[in-house]
Design a binder for this molecule. Sequence first.
Ligand SMILES: Nc1ncnc2c1ncn2[C@@H]1O[C@H](COP(=O)(O)OP(=O)(O)O)[C@@H](O)[C@H]1O
Ligand SMILES: [Mg+2]
Length: 225
Amino acid sequence: MEIWSHEILSVIGPSNSGKTTFLRTLNRLSDLHTAFRMSGAVEMDKRDIREMDVEILRRKIGMVFALPLPLPLSIFENVAYGIRMQGVRNKHELEQRIEEALRQGYLWDEVKDRLDESAFKLSGGQQQRLCIARTLAVQPEVILFDEPCSGLDPVSTAKVEDAMVELKKKYTIVLVTNNVKQAARVGDKTAFFLSGELVELDKTDRIFTAPQDRRTDDYISGKFG
Ligand SMILES: Nc1ncnc2c1ncn2[C@@H]1O[C@H](COP(=O)(O)OP(=O)(O)O)[C@@H](O)[C@H]1O
Ligand SMILES: [Mg+2]
């Protein structure tokens, strides 16, 4: 399969269909699992990712998880952490990068006057957008989202979706979602996974109006899953 920049690829499928495993293959998080075995190849910019420095690869390919996991630090420090790891010491540059990341994460206006407060004081939806900002702060090229709205209410979900749609202008986005409607709303293309297998990948409109595979049709129409 090919994943294009400036697009959102939605990945749908019932639980245990291999969606998370697929994402973790893309940034080699699966390498950490001793039983993991992989055949075939993943290429980024025509380079096999196994030949790339894993630290550089993971910086290029950021990941946002289902449960927002802020660090037990202030809002400011949560975003500053990764930027400092990149060796940025200049206060002005640091502040600029933090503001930019929080703006891109659609959170700036809500937190700009309380950057020194604990990240845990934020609502669940705000914490998730903080985690997105934290990922953006280290200037990745690709962002992998693994069910980023599964714990959020509809209002927070809509804000995260807005952020993703805005982000695709700059980044490549893969969105794993257990919410078929979300895939239809934000995905340019949609991939359907079942039992560790890619069943079908097409433009989102096509997947939802004229899927080629019976199993895709059954899944999106709610016959199983
Ligand atoms: N392509 C695959 N081949 C074999 N096993 C797989 C494959 N993809 C996933 N699995 C296994 O299936 C289980 C569920 O995978 P997971 O990626 O967590 O699914 P999901 O995120 O869709 O719920 C895991 O134990 C995983 O190791
Ligand atoms: Mg999963």
